[in-house]
Design a protein around this ligand. Structure first.
Ligand SMILES: C[S@@+](CC[C@H](N)C(=O)[O-])C[C@H]1O[C@@H](n2cnc3c(N)ncnc32)[C@H](O)[C@@H]1O
Length: 277
């Protein structure tokens, strides 16, 4: 119930302050999301990533009169959609991953494309200029040379196509900590606090957080240089990493809610990065 109360507050803002989603009302890439009640909280980000993708897919499907062609970067063993969902929503899915073992575990019904999103696309045999949608979830923080990854995504897109990346962002304390400490230590901490994230179920890949920011002003020059005509960086605050650490959890949560109310982009925890070719 507490979550519902916070979300309602985000929409009505009884304080008289503008609703969080009003910050983005004029951005054309926000239009397909405007009925989803964006509130700037992490929970919304996880709950609404698939609906957001579906909103763009249905636009592409309508425009083409054929299934929307979607490639999921770093989809590996756990792509966002099941083959049944993709079929029912009119989406032709290709799953990409850099790692052959990950890709081998993707559903057989999907097309597969093994390549490094930040590598030489031609040399890797990637098909360019054909996708209406490129999506990724928790991938770009692992990529070396993110500006090249975005330029490559532009090359993979069909004209007017949209790319969306759901990324953890700096300078959220858990990700700053993860970035600063050796990989072996952070992997051990993750195994202690989140036992489900061990190799074999949801392995941890080294995270670098190159260009993982919730501040549009920081990302825009890089994305414009990659050739995108429209950009939206949708920020989120709050996270669950300190949930087993009383006191720190409460202090961090207070700061996070203040950051959300004041729109402090330097403290976001996650972001959707959306661009149109
Ligand atoms: C943390 S997992 C996320 C998997 C899935 N997207 C999810 O949300 O559960 C990161 C995935 O990205 C893949 N990956 C990492 N770097 C990549 C790159 N440069 N190009 C393509 N895939 C990459 C990894 O092999 C792995 O499957």
């Amino acid at each position: 119930m507490a979550g519902v109360a916070v979300r309602a507050d985000a929409r009505t803002q009884s304080s008289g302050a503008p609703a969080v989603q009003d910050r983005f009302a004029s951005n054309p890439l926000f239009q397909p999301l405007r009925e989803f009640g964006y509130d700037g909280l992490e929970a919304w980000a996880w709950d609404n990533y698939k609906p957001t993708i579906l909103a763009f897919a249905s636009q592409a499907c309508l425009r083409r009169g054929k299934p929307a062609r979607l490639i999921e970067i770093g989809g590996g063993r756990d792509p966002l959609f099941t083959p049944e969902e993709a079929l029912s929503k009119g989406i032709a899915v290709t799953v990409n991953d850099i790692d052959a073992n990950e890709l081998a575990q993707a559903p057989q019904a999907f097309q597969r494309a093994q390549f490094d999103v930040a590598g030489d696309l031609e040399r890797q045999g990637a098909v360019t200029g054909v996708y209406d949608l490129i999506v990724s979830r928790m991938v770009l923080e692992h990529v070396v040379d993110v500006p090249r990854a975005w330029a490559n995504m532009r090359a993979l897109l069909a004209p007017g196509g949209v790319a969306l990346a759901f990324v953890p962002t700096l300078y959220a304390p858990p990700f700053l900590i993860n970035k600063s400490i050796p990989e072996a230590v952070s992997a051990r901490l993750l195994r202690t606090f989140f036992p489900r994230r061990h190799a074999g179920i949801q392995p941890k890949f080294p995270a670098r957080y190159e260009w993982c920011f919730g501040d549009q002003r920081k990302l825009e020059p890089m994305l414009a240089a990659a050739g995108f005509s429209q950009t939206l960086v949708l920020p989120f605050w709050t996270h669950g990493y300190f949930r087993r650490l009383p006191l720190l959890r409460e202090m961090d949560s207070a700061v996070q809610h203040l950051a959300r109310a004041r729109d402090w982009r330097g403290l976001t925890t996650y972001a959707y990065v959306l661009v149109r070719k």
